[in-house]
Structures are given as structure tokens and as C-alpha cells.
Design a protein around this ligand. Structure first.
Ligand code: BGC
Length: 730
């Protein structure tokens, strides 16, 4: 892999620490120190003025603008409108003057810069000394109460100083990708402001309360703020609680009075609630690794960010590929949600898993309209989206990556299989299954040569082969989609005619799956084996990322992959394939994979572990959990790779724990990396909390909460209870 760690942050099991400040690293740090709570997120920008390079970023899930997409010719079926999550208000807005000089770390001398994210408590602190004063900034985005953000600034000095502090809420941040501020001021009053987006008409109402009385107002256009004059002797703390309310549509209309009630609670009280909620989360979600501090810090950072990004309070929201940490990828939801994120939530927060799927149910109307635009029936789910419509302006992806729709059906199947939530299946999942099947039945066609059914003109997950026929991953997922829909309709009685069911059955049975029994290889798509070889292993690292350095069409002329495709299928439906098939296909495709997508290494690590390639599994794993802390892809400055963090979680639980969730019962084949002494993870299985601890000699399965559960460990079935079940580790 042409990827290298860039070590900047200190390694610590519970914290990410920045000791000293390198302005060149400023944006990476802003991403790393991002805080969020599903509802809103804020980057780690400095509170006070900083005239150096920065991206002041504040995002609200579901608050977006759009722009038209146009094409010179041939445009029917292409996305016409691109929605993007916009940069919103800087509710940490602060200006500090010490004895008349403005604090700006790009302009004044400072020492002892220290910043940490404490993942146990979800609090970011930053301290340094400048202008004769020691400053400590503390902030949190309340995980226990979505509308609340907290900020505290402590000033300390032996000498006395006159501090002029300006604090408030600022709606002037520019959305950098579009070079535009998207807000106008709708209303402003004492300590509150309502910002309204320029065209979508959505509003954010923000109100704040401080522990100190203001000396005067410091309002300017789009900014509500006060000036506080502080005579500093020794030590002084300023606390601000902000209530932010995002009115996405009529159903979420602003309730002004709720803010006053919410602001009766103090900074310290909210902070205590926030810390207590994080303690609860860690109680059932932590992974402990003994013997590898890098992986320990890395995986906690991933778990922390998965919970920060989503916990399923609102079925109209989803996970953006970069969460709420930057503008890149525009807050869009991808197929990552059902394929990579769903397992994390299914086993850590089943309500969140359900709501990821409810989001698809809630956007069925848009998916049906999209199918019609593409001359198809049923529902076609978008490649990238915020509001359920397709936002992908690159038609090759938006129109050809039809595996996204199969991922939705896969998500329904995977969720129901592991949670037993048949109520969801009957009420919502059924419709998703029927409409996705209808789409594929109409999107595919019959080969006149072989009489097989197939999907033509597609792009598989690999993305480096465009407009191909019969991508094996896609065809297999669609076959499964048909079969599960038929099974569900027969069991629970959906509104589908016998003819339609028979049609899906025939298409499933006759689906082309390119497989060579002699070599045991699945051909990625028709003609893939004919493509010229490209030596990925000796690729010039300076020619990466590929999308930047390669002529676009040259990518499609060789057999190099962007990310797993056949290998992904072997993982998702692990129980359907033999060890030999997995080994042979892994050996074949791994060599040809460039891992241009950050989703790639974890899946390779998982399958490498399964087929006994332990060294390779470890190498891939190191990258996965620290992708952002060590800025492996050199693009952490754009925001965090949140959905890849879900893959990193799978890397441990599925990769080393050997968990597989595609069978009748959950199964495990535990192993342990060379370097580790022991590791431990917890998962929620059908309401019970299971703890798994694996040492070099044994694996111990025990229930922490709940009755009993049945698991397959190795080749044997066990009833797991509160009395530990001990098995040996191979
Ligand atoms: C990958 C896609 C993925 C997207 C968002 C792309 O680089 O190729 O599969 O959905 O990133 O994570």
C-alpha cells in the first residue's frame, strides 16, 4: 500500500493530544478536534481570532442548499440538482483583547500550546500563554441534549490585565467550496439571532447565555454578540451555553420559548450531563486493546466519532461520509451507511441502525421518482444524497452505481437477521424490498447468447471500471435482493402478484454470476480478465491519489481496482462461499487493488485474517483505525473519514473476533494479532450485552446484561450466559 503514517499527535489510550502548534497542520487539527452530536457539529477551529489558514466550520444535519447541475447533451436521467450541507453559524465566536492587543496566534508570540480531545468525556481543551495571560479554552457539543453547545474560557495571570472579550454567535462563515456565505439575518434580539438560508429557506435559531453580565452589545450584521470588560486579577472564567435550533422544514418549526427553559441549566450542569452520557456509551461500546497503544487510541477515536456522528434520534437524518466535520462530500449519505456503518450501529445502538433504514423508507418517494427518470420501475436509491434525491453530478457514478439500491435491501436483511425486528420488516422493510426488486427486475436484461439475466451498463463498488456488464458483486447482491423479497412476501404477505414473484424468482435463478470452477475465481465483470495488467504494488506513491494524477479515462483501461468488489461480496455473504474460493479470489484481487478508497483496507484486513494471511491482515489494520489521526490519505484537513471508521470497527470485531453476521446465528472465530496481549469488545445482541475478551490463549464470552444468547464459536454452538464461556484461541 502506498500509504504512510504522518505522526503528529501524541499516542494516548483515551486522548488525542497536540503538544505545540504547527500552523501547517492547522486544518488537520481542526478536523481531528471536531465535535458533534448527530444534530450539529463544529470543527476544531480556534474560538478567538486567528488570521492564519483555517476553515471555520459549523454544520447542522439536514441543513443544506442546492445548485443546478447541467450537461451539454444527453441529460435525461442525470441528476439535475446538487444539494450540499452548508457551513452555518460559528457559535463559538470570540474576540479577545488583552490591554488593547488582540489575541491572534498568527500575530502574537505564545508558548506552551497544548490541546487535547478527551474521548472519555467528549471535551476538547486548549491552553497556551500569550500577552502575559494563560488561556484555557474548553468546549463540548452536548451528546445528552442536542441543541446545546458549551464554551468556557479561563484567564490566569499573576499580574493584572484589562481584558475586553467579545462573545456571541456569528452567521458570517463562508462555505469554502462555493466561496459564499449562505445566510441572511432574519431576526435578531437580546442574545439571540435567527439565520435563514438564501434559497432553501431553512432557519437556525441560536440563543446564548453567559455567567457574566455584558457591558454592551457588540452586534454587527449577521452577528449577535456582547462585549464583556474584565479586570483580571489572578483567575477568571467565562462560561457560555448556546442553544441552537435547526428548522429543517415545517415539521421542525422553531419553538422560541424552549430556548429560555433550556438556558436555565448552567454550563457545568450540561457538562456533567454530557460526561455522564459518554460514560454510558463507553460502557457498552468500548474496545480495549492490551499491547498496542496506537491501535487502542485509533479504534477509540473511530468509536467516538461514530457515536458523535449518529445515534438515531431522527429517522430523517443519516450519516455523511465525513460526518459533520468538513465540507468535502457535502454532507452526503452514500451506500456506506448500509454496508459499512449499519453493522457498527446494529451491534452498538440498534435504534440508530433502524433509523438509518427508516431514512431510506422516508425517502422512498424520491427513489421512485428517480427510477422513473431512468426509465425503470420501483425505487432507485441515490449514489449521494441529503434529501433523498440524487446529488451526484458525475453521471457515471450517479447513474451506474446501482449497487447502492441493492445495499438498501441488504441493509434490511442484515438488520432484521441480527435484531429479529420483524415489526420493522413488515411495516417498512417489506416495501423497501419490493420496490428495490421492482427496480432491478426492470433495470436488468436477458442475454440472447446464454439466456441468463444480468445487469448491463453498471459500475460496481470498485469504481475503476465504468459501464461494464454483469458486475459480479452487483449481480449477486441483486439475486439476494430478489430471493429475500420473495421469502418475506411469502412469509408476511406483501402486496405483490404471483406473476411478479415468479418473474423475480426466474431472474434470481438465472442471474449471471461469472465463475470459473477450475480456478475458483469470480470474474469481476464480463471481460475483466481480458484487461491489461497494471502493477499496483509498484505504483509510484507520488502518483497518488489516482483521481488527481491520472487522466480520468486511463483509469478504466487496466485491471487495477479502487476498492474491494468481489472480495466485498465474499465478506458480506461469507457463509455462501468456501474457504478455497475466498483464498483464491483474495489472492487474485488483493494484488490488483490500489485502495484509493479509505473503505478498502479494513475489508482486506478482515478477509486476510479469515484466509490465514495474518501479516497482511495486520498491515491493513494499522492503516484503518488511524486513517485520520495519522493522516494516511493526506486529506484529513478536509474532514474525517467517518464511514471508514465504521470499517475500522468491523476490522477488529469481524476481522480478529472473526464475527460473521450473515448466518442463522451469530458466529465467531477469534484470533489475535501478533503484537497484542489481549483485547476486549462489547456488542449488543438482540437486547443482550455481550462481552468478548480474547487473550493469546483463550477467548471468554460472557453476558453483561440480558438473559442468554446462542452463538457459534468455531464449529460449536454455545449458550452464552453470565457464567463465562471459555474457548481456546487457535
Ligand atoms: C468510494 C465510495 C464511497 C465514497 C464515500 C468513494 O471514494 O469509492 O464507495 O461510497 O467514497 O465514502
Amino acid at each position: 500500500m502506498a500509504k504512510e503514517a504522518k505522526k503528529y499527535f501524541e499516542v494516548n489510550p483515551w486522548k488525542v493530544i497536540e503538544n505545540g502548534f504547527d500552523p501547517k497542520q492547522g486544518r488537520v487539527s481542526e478536523s481531528i478536534f471536531s465535535l458533534g452530536n448527530e444534530y450539529m457539529g463544529i470543527r476544531g477551529q480556534f474560538d478567538e481570532t486567528y488570521s492564519g489558514d483555517k476553515l471555520i466550520g459549523s454544520y447542522f444535519n439536514g441543513i443544506f442548499e442546492d445548485k443546478p447541475l447541467s450537461y451539454p447533451e444527453y441529460f435525461k436521467g442525470f441528476a439535475k440538482r446538487c444539494c450540499f450541507m452548508i457551513n452555518a453559524n460559528n457559535w463559538l465566536y470570540t474576540r479577545i483583547f488583552v490591554d488593547g492587543t488582540e489575541l491572534d496566534l498568527a500575530k502574537v508570540a505564545f508558548k506552551d500550546f497544548y490541546r487535547e480531545l478527551d474521548m472519555k468525556t467528549g471535551i476538547v481543551t486548549r491552553s497556551f500563554t500569550a500577552l502575559g495571560v494563560k488561556f484555557t479554552f474548553e468546549r463540548f457539543v452536548c451528546i445528552a441534549d442536542h441543541y446545546i453547545g458549551g464554551q468556557k474560557i479561563t484567564f490566569e495571570s499573576q499580574a493584572s490585565h484589562e481584558i475586553r472579550l467579545i462573545s456571541g454567535i456569528d452567521f458570517t462563515p463562508v462555505h469554502e467550496e462555493e466561496g459564499k456565505n449562505y445566510w441572511h439575518e432574519a431576526v435578531k434580539g437580546e442574545n439571540y439571532i435567527v439565520g435563514k438560508t438564501l434559497s432553501s429557506g431553512q432557519r437556525i435559531f441560536s440563543k446564548f447565555k453567559t455567567n457574566v453580565s455584558a457591558n454592551k452589545s457588540a452586534n454587527t450584521e449577521k452577528i449577535v454578540a456582547n462585549e464583556y470588560n474584565i479586570h483580571l486579577e489572578n483567575k477568571f472564567s467565562f462560561e457560555k451555553v448556546v442553544y441552537n435550533y435547526a428548522e429543517r422544514d415545517e415539521s421542525t418549526a422553531i419553538d422560541y420559548l424552549a430556548a429560555d427553559t433550556a438556558l436555565e441549566t448552567s454550563y457545568e450542569e450540561y457538562k456533567a450531563k454530557h460526561i455522564a452520557r459518554w460514560a454510558e456509551i463507553w460502557k457498552h461500546s468500548d474496545i480495549v486493546i492490551d499491547g498496542d497503544d496506537d491501535s487502542q487510541q485509533g479504534i477509540r477515536f473511530c468509536i467516538f466519532n461514530m457515536h458523535q456522528t449518529y445515534h438515531g434520534d431522527d429517522g430523517r437524518l443519516n450519516v455523511g461520509a465525513k460526518g459533520l466535520t468538513g465540507e468535502k462530500y457535502s454532507g452526503w449519505t452514500f451506500w456506506d451507511s448500509e454496508t459499512y456503518c449499519l453493522p457498527f450501529y446494529m451491534f452498538n445502538n440498534p435504534k440508530a441502525a433502524k433509523n438509518l433504514l427508516m431514512y431510506r423508507y422516508n425517502t422512498l418517494k424520491q427513489a421512485k421518482e428517480r427510477a422513473i427518470e431512468q426509465d425503470c420501475a420501483g425505487a432507485c436509491f441515490p449514489m449521494v444524497t441529503i434529501d433523498g434525491t440524487e446529488s451526484c453530478g458525475v453521471w457515471q457514478h450517479g447513474n451506474l452505481e446501482i449497487h447502492v439500491t441493492a445495499a438498501v435491501a441488504y441493509g434490511v436483511w442484515h438488520y432484521v437477521r441480527n435484531t429479529g425486528d420483524t415489526e420493522f420488516l413488515k411495516k417498512y422493510g417489506m416495501e423497501l424490498l419490493i420496490e428495490t426488486s421492482r427496480y432491478f427486475a426492470s433495470r436488468g436484461g436477458w442475454s440472447p447468447k446464454t439466456g441468463e439475466f444480468g445487469l448491463y451498463g453498471v459500475m460496481g463498488p470498485d469504481e475503476f471500471h465504468m459501464m461494464v456488464n454483469n458486475n459480479t458483486y452487483t449481480n449477486y447482491m441483486v439475486k439476494k435482493n430478489f430471493l429475500y423479497t420473495i421469502e418475506t412476501v411469502k412469509k408476511y404477505g406483501g402486496n405483490v402478484s404471483a406473476e411478479e414473484l415468479a418473474n423475480w424468482r426466474e431472474k434470481a435463478d438465472k442471474m449471471r454470476i461469472n465463475y470459473d470452477e477450475k480456478t475458483k475465481l469470480f470474474e469481476q465483470h464480463d471481460g475483466y480478465f481480458d484487461l491489461p495488467e497494471y502493477d499496483v504494488k509498484h505504483m509510484d506513491p507520488d502518483k497518488c491519489p489516482i483521481y488527481k494524477f491520472w487522466a480520468y479515462d486511463s483509469i478504466f483501461r487496466v485491471n487495477m481496482l479502487k476498492q474491494p468488489d468481489v472480495v466485498l461480496m465474499l465478506f458480506f455473504y461469507s457463509g455462501d462461499f468456501t474457504h478455497e474460493q475466498k483464498l483464491k479470489n483474495f489472492e487474485f484481487y488483493e494484488k490488483r487493488c490500489s485502495h484509493e478508497s479509505s473503505l478498502s483496507p479494513a475489508v482486506h484486513s478482515i478477509v486476510a485474517a479469515e484466509v490465514g494471511k495474518t501479516e497482511m491482515a495486520e498491515e491493513y489494520m494499522a492503516y484503518g483505525s488511524r486513517i485520520d489521526i495519522d493522516d494516511y490519505n493526506r486529506n484529513t484537513h478536509q474532514g474525517l473519514h467517518v464511514t471508514s471508521m465504521a470499517a475500522a470497527w468491523m476490522n477488529i470485531v469481524y476481522g480478529y473476533g472473526g464475527m460473521r453476521s450473515d448466518g442463522e446465528i451469530l458466529s465467531f472465530k477469534p484470533q489475535i494479532p501478533e503484537k497484542w496481549k489481549a483485547y476486549e469488545f462489547k456488542i449488543i445482541v438482540r437486547g443482550a450485552l455481550l462481552k468478548v475478551r480474547i487473550t493469546r490463549e483463550k477467548a471468554v464470552f460472557e453476558l453483561i446484561e440480558g438473559e442468554k444468547i446462542t452463538l457459534k464459536i468455531g464449529n460449536q454452538i454455545y449458550e452464552i450466559t453470565k457464567t463465562p464461556t471459555v474457548v481456546s484461541v487457535a
